[in-house]
Design a protein around this ligand. Structure first.
Ligand SMILES: *[C@@H]1O[C@H](CO)[C@@H](O)[C@H](O)[C@H]1NC(C)=O
Ligand SMILES: *[C@@H]1O[C@H](CO)[C@@H](O)[C@H](O)[C@H]1NC(C)=O
Ligand SMILES: *[C@@H]1O[C@H](CO)[C@@H](O)[C@H](O)[C@H]1NC(C)=O
Length: 389
């Protein structure tokens, strides 16, 4: 026996490199994680989780619960609620709309984030997050927080788009394309466009008090992305002749949320609308673009209403987290958004037909479903000819 008969070390190295390139290459992983599509049941289900305000886990106290609930309650109740929602309702995507951690309290934001997102990272389902105004309040900046989020397992979150040719404000502006059902004619087209925006934290303009807002650079990116996706979709002969619908997610409510009262909202308004003190025009930009049918925000934990203005539903998620302020006796909640496809004349899954939403309460052992509404349904406007005098 002689060591000389063993293959040279370089062969082992080559095999290792081959394995890395074929199976572990991060670039390959990146391509793979882009793909989200409608299931064989023709439904794409999104779970919105708003304002977890995660801190340390077991030792974190719950705010605004009934006195008898105080002792046995911690951040783990937030995790358990999200876990149960995932187990029972099997979302295709979970969206966290900011204030995911409570930076003001935590001294280890990485640990807080790892715990906060554990329900999705362990379930292995795709998820996306945007930032609120509290995520960066400890040792990590907004960029630092987002940089950690995009490295977590199974996330589709992005820091910002590449190659724009201009600087975009904030961290966590990106879009996701939800493709049609597999083997259907729209299998390679985005039939549902999801937009994620960083609504900032606080104003940095001395003469303007209050919260941050969606800046012109972000609106330009949104407009360009929406235009491109509409063109790509409409170029497909099998697609409907009106844009694929879009949904936007960000943290801070737009000033337009203030235009609703009990007569035209579904859900409740139990605290003032904490929007920025100026209007940067993002609502108008969405109306003009024509594809966004609903926008979902967090920020005000005990408002959970939806209201419709100029063809767009504006919706709160309603607070999910137990370490966030809330209202004792008023259950923590999370929102489900169900998007359904139509069946074409050839019996294939086609374009999006309806977008519906409802909320689920954390009222163990139940997850009571409340206030279902239809946010949008396709009206086949293209089939009816307009008579022009
Ligand atoms: C929090 O979780 C514990 C343990 O599962 C449970 O006993 C308690 O009722 C929960 N508290 C609330 C407010 O849901
Ligand atoms: C979608 O793309 C895949 C892979 O490139 C291809 O096999 C399939 O035929 C395409 N489907 C449609 C409907 O274009
Ligand atoms: C809701 O109804 C009130 C009247 O009760 C009206 O003033 C307001 O403009 C309505 N809001 C919207 C968005 O339609």
């Amino acid at each position: 026996m002689s060591v000389h008969n063993k293959p040279p070390i370089s062969i082992y190295l080559s095999i290792l490199i081959l394995i890395y390139v074929l199976f572990l290459n991060p670039l390959r992983a990146e391509d793979k994680r882009q793909e989200i599509r409608f299931g064989n049941n023709g439904v794409f289900r999104i779970l919105q989780v708003a304002d977890m305000h995660y801190d340390y886990g077991k030792s974190t106290e719950c705010l605004d619960v009934l006195p008898y609930q105080k002792k046995s309650c911690s951040d783990f109740n937030t995790t358990e609620f999200v876990r149960r929602m995932i187990r029972v309702h099997k979302p295709n995507l979970v969206v966290f709309t900011g204030d995911n951690i409570f930076g003001f309290d935590t001294i280890d934001p990485v640990r807080s984030m790892n715990m906060a997102f554990e329900a999705v990272t362990e379930a292995g389902i795709p998820w996306a997050a945007v930032l609120g105004n509290h995520d960066q309040e400890s040792s990590l900046s907004r960029e630092g927080i987002m940089t950690h989020i995009v490295k977590l397992p199974h996330t589709l979150s992005r820091i910002n788009p590449d190659g724009l040719g201009y600087e975009i404000d904030g961290f966590g502006n990106y879009n996701l394309e939800v493709k049609g059902a597999l083997h259907s004619p729209l299998a390679n087209k985005s039939v549902l466009n999801l937009y994620f925006l960083d609504s900032g934290d606080y104003s940095t303009v001395a003469s303007i008090p209050g919260y941050g807002w969606i800046k012109p650079s972000q609106q330009l990116w949104f407009q360009q992305t929406s235009d491109r996706l509409q063109q790509e979709y409409m170029s497909e002969p099998e697609a409907q002749k009106s844009p694929a619908p879009g949904i936007a997610f960000f943290h801070i409510p737009l000033p337009e949320f203030k235009l609703f009262d009990a007569s035209n909202m579904t859900g409740v308004r139990q605290e003032p609308i904490s929007s920025p003190s100026i209007n940067s025009g993002f609502f108008t930009t969405m109306v003009e673009s024509g594809d966004v049918k609903a926008a979902f925000v967090g920020h005000d934990h005990i408002n959970d209403f939806c209201g419709k203005l100029n063809g767009i539903y504006l919706c709160y998620g309603g607070g999910t987290g137990y370490h966030a302020y809330g209202k004792a006796g008023w259950s923590r909640r999370a929102r489900v958004i169900d998007v359904s496809l139509e069946i074409t004349m050839n019996g294939n899954w086609g374009s999006v037909k309806t977008i519906k939403t409802r909320k689920h309460l954390d009222d163990p052992p139940r997850l009571s479903s409340i206030e279902p509404i239809v946010l949008w349904s396709r009206h086949y406007a293209g089939r009816r000819r307009k008579v022009v005098p």
